[in-house]
Structures are given as C-alpha cells and as structure tokens.
Design a binder for this molecule. Structure first.
Ligand SMILES: [Fe+2]
Length: 370
C-alpha cells in the first residue's frame, strides 16, 4: 500500500473531511503540548463539529493494559478514526488500538494477543514528532504483556496517511535529537546489510543514509529544511526496515538501553560503529546466501552512500559521526558484561549476514563499551 504523505498542517482538515471523520481518537504523548500550529488546526476541526477524544495514558515501552484501555475508550466514545502524534511508543499504541478495535471481548488476560488480526478500514493518520523510529512506515509494533516484550506484526498497522511537518521537531531536546537521528541511521545501515534486504529496501537505505548525512547539520541547528529532510530520511529508513528488519546492532543494543539508561538510538550507534569495521574484518564468516562477494560490495555501497570510496572509509566515517555528536560510551562492570551477553535477541541475530557466536558477541561488547 502506498502511503499518502502530507506536509502541511492545514491538510489535516482536508483529511478529516475526506474520511468523513466525526469522532477521532487522538493517541498522543507529551510532545502534543508543543504542537501549537497542529493544535490550532484540530481546534478548527472541532469548530466544524468534529469531536477529538485524547488518549495519553501510556508510557515509553507501552503496556498491553494501556492499549486495552485505549480500545475501551475508542469503543465507548464510538470513535471512527485514529490520529497518532508522537514518537515510537505513541505509534505502537495507536497501531494496536486500531488492530484490536474490532476484536472479540474486552481484552482481559492478553485476549487480543491470542486473536488473529483482521485488517479494518478505520482511517489512521500518523504524525511523527521525532525523526528516528520510522514507526509510521512499518508493520511492527512492540508492547509489553506481563513484563514480556510482544512484537506484533500486521500490514494493517501501516497508517494510510503520514503527516510530516518540520515544525513538529522544533522543540525536540538535543540529546533526543541526536539519538533519534542515530536510530534512523542505524535502521538504514542495518537494513542495507540485512540478509532480508531486497533491491527496493536497499534503495530506501541508500536514500535514507544520503539524506541523513545531507541534512545532519541543518537538523542539529534546528533549521526548517534540516528538520524536514531528517523526517523524510527517518521515514525512508523505516520503509527499509519494514522490508528487511534490523540485525545484530539492534539485537545487541536493547540491553544497553535499560542497563545504562541511554536512549535507544544512542545504544544502536554504540553497536553499529563497532559492528561495521568488525564485519569488514570477518567477511569470510558471511552467511548471506548471496555470498561474501555480494556482502563485500554491500559494505562498500554503505560507505559510498556516506560519500566515501569504500567500506573501510565508511566505517571510519561512522565512527567520526558518533564522536562528533559527543555521545557517551558507558563503562561496564564484569557483572554487567555477563548480563549483556545473555540478553542478546536471537531473532534479530538471524537477520545478520555474518555469524555471531558467543565469542564474537563477547569480543564486540568489549569494543562497544568501556
Ligand atoms: Fe531502532
């Protein structure tokens, strides 16, 4: 399905009208407070009789129970459409509310997780307020049930319409600005070398990498052009992982996030800046069925997308980008090292083109952290 991309807030009113929306469930995080212009357009819609029901009762790493509450509100209020505004968590919650809205039962005891998702045509618009997760372009959602991570996948999670206005990034704090940009860059790079990559996903990856680098300065200086460019680049990277999924960098970064309290994108770049040169050194351990020559070319192409001549230069550039952002390298204790190596996500390792055994994972963590 081709997504409809809007860039101007005024188009929200057209969207509401075209979809005959009478009552919208607005799934949003705190960032909505700063979206003055967007809120102004919602007010305008309310003046024409559209009702907006806000749902904000969820946190980062959203819980299944919160989604169930959102589904309850959607049903009680007889909402007919969903708008998601925020970062990855707001998107994940909205995606699940949409998917569960027509399911049987009240959702108790994880009921919705056991039912198959049948696509529905509830109008769904997403407005990302960070340029990072690319969640507005993917068929994945992550929620937590009884402390366990649930990765839910459905084509119907992909919003029909995405609103990307540079204004929505204006108040993004600097650390979040840097880490979400690194998340997008890691999506593009990992998707490029993923064993699931296709011609199409590689094109998205290439475009995303080029645009992230082209707009990095402007985005870090909070210019309108930089913010617009980074939103689109992160969206492209989302389209890439929607096809190929992420790889070892993401498998290894999850525990770093919770252990050291750093942002997801910060943890991802900590890993990928080390993985890239390590893969060049270990190319003979390639498990991509397309062969190690193919992978060598791919690693070169990643470097070329970054404006370098080959993979070696590309790996150096990735490290330079990391250093230029001044993101910290956490220091680990022996106990933390043991814990990290146990918690690597095996599912994502399967997408990695080079075999990663226990010894390699230990060696990598020693290079990733201090
Ligand atoms: Fe990510």
């Amino acid at each position: 399905m081709e997504q409809n991309i809007l860039t101007d807030y005024i188009e929200i009113n057209d969207w509401l009208e075209e979809n005959s929306c009478q009552k919208v469930l607005l799934v949003c995080d705190d960032s909505i407070k700063y979206m003055e212009s967007f809120n102004h357009h919602l007010k305008k819609a309310e003046n024409t009789g559209v009702k907006i029901i806000s749902f904000t009762d969820f946190q980062p790493n959203p819980q299944y129970e919160h989604v169930v509450n959102g589904v309850g509100l959607f049903r009680r209020e007889r909402c007919d459409s969903i708008i998601a505004v925020g970062g990855g968590s707001a998107m994940d919650v909205a995606k699940c509310i949409k998917a569960y809205a027509n399911m049987r039962g009240s959702g108790d005891d994880g009921e919705y997780l056991k039912q198959e998702i049948t696509p529905n045509d509830i109008p769904f618009l997403a407005m990302p307020t960070t340029a990072g997760t690319g969640s507005e372009a993917t068929r994945y959602a992550v929620i937590y049930f009884e402390g366990k991570k649930q990765s839910v996948t459905s084509e119907s999670f992909i919003p029909q319409t995405v609103l990307m206005n540079p204004d929505s990034l204006k108040t993004l704090p600097m650390y979040q600005r840097k880490s979400t940009m690194m998340d997008a860059l890691c999506h593009a790079i990992e998707s490029f070398w993923s064993v699931n990559s296709t011609e199409e996903s590689r094109k998205y990856s290439r475009d995303a990498i080029k645009n992230i680098l082209a707009h990095m300065d402007g985005y870090l200086h909070n210019t309108e052009k930089g913010n617009a460019g980074m939103l689109m680049a992160a969206h492209m990277a989302g389209k890439a992982i929607n096809i190929s999924q992420t790889t070892a960098g993401h498998a290894m970064c999850y525990k770093i996030t919770s252990m050291f309290g750093c942002a997801h994108g910060h943890a991802a770049i900590l890993c990928d800046r080390i993985l890239y040169p390590w893969m060049i050194e270990n190319i003979e351990k390639c498990i991509d069925p397309r062969g190690h020559e193919y992978l060598t070319r791919t690693l070169d192409e990643i470097g070329q997308a970054m404006g370098c001549v080959n993979a070696e230069e590309g790996a150096k550039k990735l490290q330079q980008i990391f250093l230029s952002l001044g993101l910290e390298v956490p220091e680990m204790s022996d106990e933390q090292f043991c814990e990290l190596t146990v918690f690597v996500n095996p599912e994502r390792l399967k997408n990695h083109p080079i075999v990663l055994n226990d010894i390699a994972i230990k060696e990598l963590y020693h290079r990733i952290l201090r």
